[in-house]
Design a binder for this molecule. Structure first.
Ligand SMILES: *Cc1c(COP(=O)(O)O)cnc(C)c1O
Length: 356
């Protein structure tokens, strides 16, 4: 088919989950499946992780929580953005547990007599309760009496840089706040924190990117396997017999004799335009350069170096996956694997291996 395909290897996802769970043990491993499971498809991803024994999931908001509840009736589902004012009942009805980030959210939630996660901001300066909020809570005895804390949570700003001094500072602030609050289990690490070591885990780790094949710690060998692969299809092969330029803006000049393969895949499929004249594609394991600008649903690659028989119309070409790591492609495009995955476009066909 003359379009891009995203192939999601759910067996690799399951293997990554088992590997990370083993690394993080005895901490429990929850899966973060926000943003449609990092763009890979909430249904297939969540069902497979549940089948692997994952019992706790994090989503970003109520809509995602409701969608996940339809898929999994027996999983614990936490909602990172908390319960919006007035929406608390809908959380209870769907058995969703909010992560409480503000005093207002805490006050509204205790009315319902249900447990929640309490998120303490220790230096991320994004969501979470600060020391003044904790003071206000502690000063409110009736509130404290009714508050049921399932986990005390914090999120590290620099977990992917284990030596960064902010990690120790955040852990120190977390301990200080925790000591003032009722005893409860903790949740600290994302995937990077889970892999780094016991100090950055807590009792429950929140695994995201590494489940989906991104290396959580860029400067170490990856503990996980690729899960998502982006493929284009060769739809035309051109023999270049006079000097010419390739693509919009005429940014690449090519000299004969040369051969160019035109591939159906472009930025609408999540192959970022920043990869113009920079990306590489794999044709049967041989790496060839992307030449000229990335178009909406087309790119060109220089296949002059390959034997003529190695490239044919209709052939699939890998843009990232097993041959070309998503982390390398993200770095070449000046971004991170998270953005590449969540940007895999709706114009692509999604195929799943190992679906349950
Ligand atoms: C997205 C998110 C995670 C998962 O992070 P990864 O780096 O993908 O492992 C964990 N905790 C919170 C609060 C998040 O928002």
């Amino acid at each position: 088919m003359s379009t891009a395909a995203v192939v999601i290897d759910l067996d690799a996802l399951a293997g990554n989950y088992r590997r990370l769970r083993e690394i993080a043990a005895p901490s429990e491993s929850a899966a973060v499946v926000k943003a449609d499971a990092y763009g890979l498809g909430l249904g297939p991803v969540a069902r497979r992780l549940r089948a692997e024994g994952c019992g706790r999931f994090f989503v970003a908001n109520l809509a995602e929580g409701l969608e996940l509840r339809e898929l999994l009736d027996d999983a614990v589902i936490y909602v990172l953005h908390g319960a919006d004012a007035g929406a608390e009942r809908r959380f209870v009805d769907a058995a969703l547990t909010p992560v409480l980030n503000t005093l207002e959210q805490v006050r509204a939630w205790v009315e319902l007599g249900r447990p929640a996660i309490l998120n303490l901001d220790t230096g991320m300066t994004r969501l979470g309760l600060g020391p003044a909020d904790v003071d206000a809570m502690l000063a409110d005895a009736p509130l404290m009496e009714r508050l049921e804390i399932e986990y005390l949570m914090t999120h590290l700003a620099c977990a992917d840089e284990p030596a960064h001094p902010l990690n120790a500072a955040q852990l120190g602030r977390f301990e200080t706040l925790r000591a003032r609050l009722p005893a409860a289990p903790t949740s600290i690490g994302n995937a990077a924190g889970a892999v780094t070591g016991p100090d950055t885990r807590g009792d429950l780790v929140r695994l995201g990117i590494a489940l989906y094949g991104g290396n959580p710690l860029g400067d170490r060998a990856s503990p996980v396997e690729p899960v998502a692969a982006l493929y284009g299809t060769v739809i035309q092969i051109r023999d270049i017999d006079e000097p010419c330029s390739v693509g919009y803006g005429a940014t690449y000049a090519i000299e004969p004799p040369a051969r160019v393969a035109v591939i159906a895949a472009g930025y609408a499929n999540g192959y970022l335009r920043a990869l113009s004249n920079t990306g590489v594609a794999s044709i049967g394991g041989a790496l060839v350069p992307v030449i000229g600008r990335v178009s909406m649903e087309l790119i060109c690659v220089d296949v002059t170096a390959l034997p003529a028989a190695a490239v044919e119309v209709g052939q699939r070409v890998e843009l990232f996956g097993k041959d070309i790591s998503i982390d390398d492609v993200a770095a070449a495009a000046g971004t991170i694997s998270y953005e590449l995955l969540t940007g895999l476009g709706p114009s692509s066909v999604f195929e799943y291996l190992g679906e349950v």
